[in-house]
Design a protein around this ligand. Structure first.
Ligand code: SF4
Length: 89
């Protein structure tokens, strides 16, 4: 997965303005549970994230602010927990 960071000239703008998910269904990024149709939603959300120019900034925001629910920066709840754990050790 190629991650594109926000070009310098766009950093003046909030990363949320460039977020691809702002025009998608919240249910895609915040499915209930992590089995069955929720797994499909998570996969689709990650696909959107993979094309989002704000992916790096979004993930760092989610990690810094301890966002527990949903897909942020192309990472699921469990994946973000693992990243936090790895960074602590
Ligand atoms: S990386 Fe994903 S969750 Fe984050 S702003 Fe982009 S589309 Fe939304």
């Amino acid at each position: 997965m190629a991650i594109q960071t926000i070009p310098y000239y766009d950093r003046q703008r909030d990363w949320r303005e460039l977020a691809l998910c702002k025009d998608t269904s919240p249910e895609l990024f915040f499915p209930i549970g992590n089995t069955g149709s929720a797994l499909d939603a998570i996969s689709l959300a990650k696909n959107v994230c993979s094309r989002c120019p704000s992916q790096v900034e979004c993930l760092e925001y989610a990690l810094d602010s301890n966002q527990d629910n949903g897909v942020w920066g192309g990472r699921s709840e469990e994946e973000r927990r693992l990243i936090r754990k790895q960074r602590r050790s």
